[in-house]
Ligand binder design. Structure first.
Ligand code: GUN
Ligand code: ZN
Length: 428
């Protein structure tokens, strides 16, 4: 048991639904076996739990662990290629690197690098786009389980349009996926996600085989890409002439539901948004990726108005790193700049998108997403070095909302001093 005495920022009520930032300049969180059992003033916490260790975090700001709803494990070494649209970027930057994960030893090293990327950035839960290789997924799940992160992930499947080494068959995809589900789904904090790469590289039978896995394994997840790039969308329309639209290629395969997270959705139709809202599927918004690949402006307002859940994703490696603080400020920039009228965002919106909204999209809200009593203690402690512009900014901020805005504007993984999952330190 320990008592965290801290300045705490979180967003238990969505600012998109009238909530505001909850900020406490000096509050005590009593954590017992990973669970927040009290949130009170320090004197009461100490008198109620006199033997508990006290962790004094008043020099910085404590926020809920960040939640990344779209990030690619095999692309950690592909971060930073600039200047190409999606399909060229895949061919020249991402896929040659992903092919290397066929080597189990190489994949094990990359899995470690990837998980360090998450924890360094303060990310404690993630929907992770996996590898095309089952051996690489075993390495990844093994290491993720050791650290304890809340990870949902699965074998990526494709049977066309990609380099030969990345392709599978319907039968192989089913047997390898089922083996991975049996080994990993529900183990500790791990969950399995059926992961067709995108309809551009998956035939109808392969998609339907994924839908069958979902039907056969209640509780597993689905993730993929949707409506990211105009050439990709045109290609999918040509490949699936019978489908109503891109979303429908997943829907008619049985892949669409409340446990489905689709990345990007930069160019949705009204029908697609209405259908996502109807079934409860969520969009992962990945603003640095959308900017890097010039995919377009994410229609956040249309998503919110349609009732589609949205949360942030880093989309490493088309995105420019693991930091959800950077994704937050980039989301803000893009809404500011959108010529068709973006949604003005304040710092509380950004924190919500990076924490509680992610928990909602991943159906983890009963456990994480804010630092209320009854939640698991997943948290990131932001403490910039003394004298750094962010430290100075936090000292002189005129309000807590402004202090939070400075965290998003200037914060980097170097400012994240400590990270806990379930009360256990995963970065110190
Ligand atoms: N669509 C299919 N694969 C990918 C990928 O790796 N990154 C992005 N951004 N979009 C994709
Ligand atoms: Zn992606």
């Amino acid at each position: 048991m320990f008592i965290c005495r801290a300045r705490v920022f979180d967003t238990p009520t969505s600012p998109f639904a009238g909530g505001t930032l909850r900020s406490d300049s000096d509050v005590a969180l009593v954590v017992d076996d990973g669970l927040i059992i009290a949130r009170t003033d320090f004197a009461s916490a100490v008198s109620g739990h006199p033997d508990a260790e006290v962790v004094d975090l008043r020099a910085g700001v404590l926020i809920p662990g960040l939640i990344d709803t779209h990030v690619h494990y095999p692309q950690v070494r592909a971060i930073g290629y600039l200047g190409k649209p999606l399909l060229e970027w895949l061919d020249h930057c991402a896929l040659p690197e992903e092919a290397k994960l066929g080597d189990e030893a190489y994949a094990a090293v990359v899995a470690g690098e990837f998980l360090t990327g998450l924890t360094s950035a303060g990310t404690t839960s993630a929907m992770v786009f996996g590898s095309h290789f089952a051996t690489a997924m075993d390495s990844f799940f093994t290491q993720a389980a050791e650290i304890g992160l809340r990870i949902t992930s699965g074998l990526v499947t494709s049977d066309k349009m990609l380099p030969e080494t990345l392709l599978t068959s319907v039968e192989r995809s089913v047997s390898e996926s089922q083996d991975l589900i049996d080994r990993w789904h529900g183990k500790g904090h791990l969950r399995y996600a059926v992961t067709p790469r995108f309809s551009f590289s998956a035939g109808q039978e392969l998609l339907a085989a994924g839908g069958q896995l979902v039907a056969d394994n209640p509780g597993i997840w689905v993730t993929s890409h949707l409506n990211e790039n105009r050439d990709e969308i045109a290609g999918v329309a040509e490949m699936f002439p019978e489908a109503l639209d891109y979303l429908d290629t997943y829907d008619r395969a049985g892949l669409l539901g409340r446990q489905t997270v689709l990345a990007h959705n930069v160019h949705p139709s009204d029908r697609e948004l209405a259908r996502m809202a109807e079934v409860g599927a969520a969009s992962a918004h990945c603003p640095t990726s959308n900017s890097n690949l010039a995919s377009g402006f994410f229609p956040l307002r249309r998503h919110i108005e349609a009732g589609v859940r949205v949360a942030l994703g880093s989309d490493v490696g088309a995105g420019t790193g693991f930091s959800l603080l950077k994704e937050g400020v980039q989301a803000y920039f893009m809404q500011q700049l959108d010529p068709s009228g973006g949604l003005p965002l304040g710092s509380a919106h950004l924190l919500h998108l990076a924490t509680a909204a992610g928990a909602e999209a991943l159906e983890l809200s009963d456990q994480v997403g804010d630092l209320s009593v009854g939640k698991r203690f997943d948290a990131a402690y932001i403490q910039p070095s003394a004298g750094e512009p962010l430290a100075v900014g936090l000292e002189h901020a005129s309000s807590d909302d402004d202090a939070l805005a400075k965290i998003f504007a200037m914060g980097t993984p170097a400012d994240i001093a400590r990270v806990w999952v379930d009360g256990q330190l995963v970065k110190d």
